[in-house]
Design a protein around this ligand. Structure first.
Ligand SMILES: Nc1ncnc2c1ncn2[C@@H]1O[C@H](COP(=O)(O)OP(=O)(O)OP(=O)(O)O)[C@@H](O)[C@H]1O
Ligand SMILES: [Mg+2]
Length: 327
């Protein structure tokens, strides 16, 4: 199926673009968001959780850390470029509160700092924080389509892989919390007050909320009708190998794969007259890797985007990416 056919499905609401660093995920996501909003007339939010200001540079505007911004010159396209540092700080604070709350409710009086340190300095913390922010956006329900410029493939993979264990753990937490509270209820003479307390128990509410969000995220990410992960590659060995691994991962958990997008394809007609051995060799190499990708991902290449004469730095260039995607 072509990219145009895939996105013409009005139910498709969440689009993710994954791939090796620097292959053009941001550019392709911007082109896709532009196409869906301008050509299909849907309200679209394009969001980036990238630490470098790549969306801004791709649109030639400053969207960094400014919240949701409307893209001038479009009818229905908004963008948000999330400030990683702020998001991580905010998430750290919420984890800190959770731990403090937990220790207080459980009546533990040890120093909370080592627990907080352990929870917030592990290598996946930043990714977890960005993932949490992404889930906030996903669940906001204000747009017809949400386009994410960098798919959190590794995190999604871990989340879904861990979800059984995680769910078991959450269930245990909830059960033991309910038991602890009901023991108090049995011993108490003022039952109404204790029932009120159960309803308001911060630890129980927190745990239930976490479970609800995890389940919602899981449901969304694996919904065939609403979600598609696209994988961007160049006609080169390494980016192809990276997406092959990603596709293997996401398939394990039945995350719907939209297709593969081949970016930066040298347009043969533009260099046809050239006899330069450099160009001839580049074209031969390109043809080899495109064939290789066709063999590895049968029927999955849904669009080819040419290598433009310049970088993608404004809306006009983004509209050319959109045009290529829609061919
Ligand atoms: N088809 C293209 N033609 C010309 N330049 C392109 C094309 N696609 C991407 N670029 C340029 O390549 C650079 C990298 O693209 P982009 O930022 O979209 O990659 P990325 O995969 O999002 O990178 P990162 O992994 O850092 O997020 C940018 O300067 C962009 O303008
Ligand atoms: Mg990027």
């Amino acid at each position: 199926m072509s990219f145009r056919e895939i996105v013409s499905n009005p139910k498709l609401k969440y689009l993710f673009f994954g791939g090796k660093g620097g292959v053009g995920k941001t550019v392709v996501a911007a082109g896709a968001a532009y196409y869906i909003s301008e050509a299909l007339g849907r309200r679209v939010l394009l969001s980036s959780t990238n630490p470098v200001h790549s969306l801004s540079s791709c649109f030639g505007r400053d969207y960094w850390g400014r919240g949701v911004c409307h893209v001038d010159g479009t009818k229905n396209l908004d963008v948000i470029e999330i400030d990683t540092t702020k998001t991580v700080e905010k998430y750290k604070e919420s984890v800190r509160n959770k731990i403090m709350n937990f220790l207080k409710t459980a009546g533990i009086t040890t120093d909370p700092e080592p627990f907080i340190e352990a929870a917030t300095t592990n290598p996946a913390f930043e990714e977890a924080a960005m993932f949490d922010e992404m889930v906030n956006i996903l669940l906001s329900e204000r747009y017809d389509a949400y386009v994410f410029d960098t798919a959190p493939v590794a995190h999604t993979y871990r989340l879904l892989g861990m979800s059984k264990v995680y769910d078991l753990w959450l269930r245990k937490m909830i059960k033991s919390r309910e038991e602890a509270l009901s023991t108090r209820l049995k011993l108490s003479f003022r039952k109404e007050r204790i029932i009120e307390e159960i309803k308001k128990d911060p630890l129980l509410l927190e745990t239930l909320e976490t479970r609800k969000r995890t389940e919602e995220a899981k449901r969304l990410l694996t919904d065939r009708e609403k979600t598609a992960f696209f994988f961007v590659t160049l006609p080169l060995a390494l980016p192809i190998a990276v997406i092959e691994r990603f596709i293997g991962w996401v398939r394990t958990f039945e995350i719907p794969v939209g297709g593969v997008i081949m970016n930066c394809v040298i347009p043969e007609e533009a260099v046809k007259a050239s006899t330069s051995p450099y160009i001839v060799n580049k074209l031969r190499e390109q043809a080899h890797y495109i064939q290789d990708a066709c063999n590895r991902f049968p029927g999955m290449i849904c669009a080819y985007v040419p290598l433009f004469e310049t970088e993608v730095r404004d809306l006009q260039m983004i509209s050319r990416v959109a045009e290529a995607l829609a061919k």
